[in-house]
Ligand binder design. Structure first.
Ligand code: SIN
Length: 353
């Protein structure tokens, strides 16, 4: 009888040990919901009319119970907006909350649900202001939650898988939609309707998320997150930077308006290699003479606006955006201006971030 009892205890002990070895703790992922189409509701499952930002975080999570098998998830509704209404103040609040959460030992990663319209901008802002190597992943949807074949639930599941994966650490802020993982610096929305809207036209996608697993192929080589100098901890505003679009027969009136409105920086979304119309050039020189920083970006989606090519940046004290698109060049210039107003130092920042 005694031998039987000893044997039973031994079996229980071995079984318990095996279970504790095989059941690794689930990653603890906090979701910050901001609104967007992923939380959108339409009158019909087949029509295109809908209102973004109608569902709360609890309803988004209820639609994906499978998430509980891959992570211990908590969530909060930080905003309820369509992302075209995102502001600098919202970005500061979001980045400060992400930094607060990631400083905690009981948070392993963050997922942010966000409208797709300005997702790339929020992602790049966080890429430069989050002070942690833990994963931060933005996701959203191109179809509202009520749509046939809504893409939001799988995108949310994949984003949580990505945020919970050790392999995602130290890669900067990520965007996950439609099974692909993109880096915040290069990802951009390329289609107004398609679920395969995000692409990284200059550097390529970083990896895939499929069947509950991530598979990375590339690494982001630019500085980001914990390597970044930008500290927004106590900031409540950002320097004003506007974008002026370049086109044939362009008028200087838009540059003049930004000068008169007290902007500290202007991003010119030029033609070709960041080129500037001869009618606009003198207004940009005027801006420089008033101490306003001018970044030469390009409206062309791929390739860099190279330094000192057709425009003499040294002589004009312009900053070349290289392959940062105009909306991201605006973000880097705003953050750069929180550190310095020396155009050569800002040019250095455009080379490394
Ligand atoms: C938005 O950006 O909030 C609306 C569009 C979308 O989420 O796809």
């Amino acid at each position: 009888m005694r031998t039987f009892k000893n044997l039973a205890s031994l079996i229980l002990l071995v079984f318990g040990f095996a279970c504790s070895v095989s059941a690794a703790p689930l990653p603890r992922i906090h979701i910050l919901a901001t609104g967007g189409t992923i939380a959108g509701v339409g009158a019909s499952s087949t029509g295109s009319a809908y209102k973004p930002g109608q569902l709360g975080i609890d309803q988004l999570l209820e639609a994906v119970p499978e998430i509980n098998k891959v992570a211990e998830v908590t969530g909060e509704q930080i905003f309820t907006i369509a992302s075209q209404d995102m502001t600098d103040v919202d970005w500061l609040k979001l980045a400060q909350r992400v930094n607060q959460l990631l400083a905690r030992d009981d948070v392993d990663g963050i997922v942010i649900t966000h409208g797709t319209d300005t997702m790339e901008e929020t992602a790049y802002f966080l890429n430069l202001t989050v002070k942690s190597n833990k994963p931060v992943v933005l996701t959203g949807a191109m179809r509202p939650a009520t749509s046939l074949s809504a893409d939001g639930p799988l995108n949310l599941f994949n984003a949580v898988v990505t945020a919970g994966a050790k392999e995602s650490e130290g890669r900067g802020t990520l965007i996950v939609l439609n099974g692909i993982i993109l880096g915040a610096r290069d990802a951009t929305k390329t289609n107004t309707l398609s679920v395969q809207t995000f692409q990284s036209p200059n550097s390529g996608i970083l990896g895939y998320v499929h069947d509950g697993e991530v598979n990375y192929q590339l690494k982001n080589e630019k500085l980001h997150t914990s390597q970044s100098v930008f500290d927004i901890t106590n900031r409540t505003t950002l320097p004003k930077v506007g974008i002026v679009y370049g086109y044939a027969n362009a008028d200087p009136v838009l540059v003049e308006a930004l000068i008169n409105a007290g902007y500290e920086g202007i991003v010119h979304a030029g033609v070709g290699n960041g080129n500037i119309h001869k009618q606009v050039f003198p207004a940009l020189i005027k801006a420089r003479n008033k101490g306003i920083q001018v970044v030469r970006s390009s409206r062309v989606p791929t390739g860099p606006s190279t330094l000192d090519a057709e425009v003499d940046d040294q002589a004009n004290r312009f900053i070349a955006a290289l392959d940062l698109n105009p909306q991201k060049a605006r973000i880097l210039l705003m953050l750069a201006l929180t550190e310095t107003n020396d155009w050569e130092k800002i040019q250095e920042m455009f080379l490394v971030y």
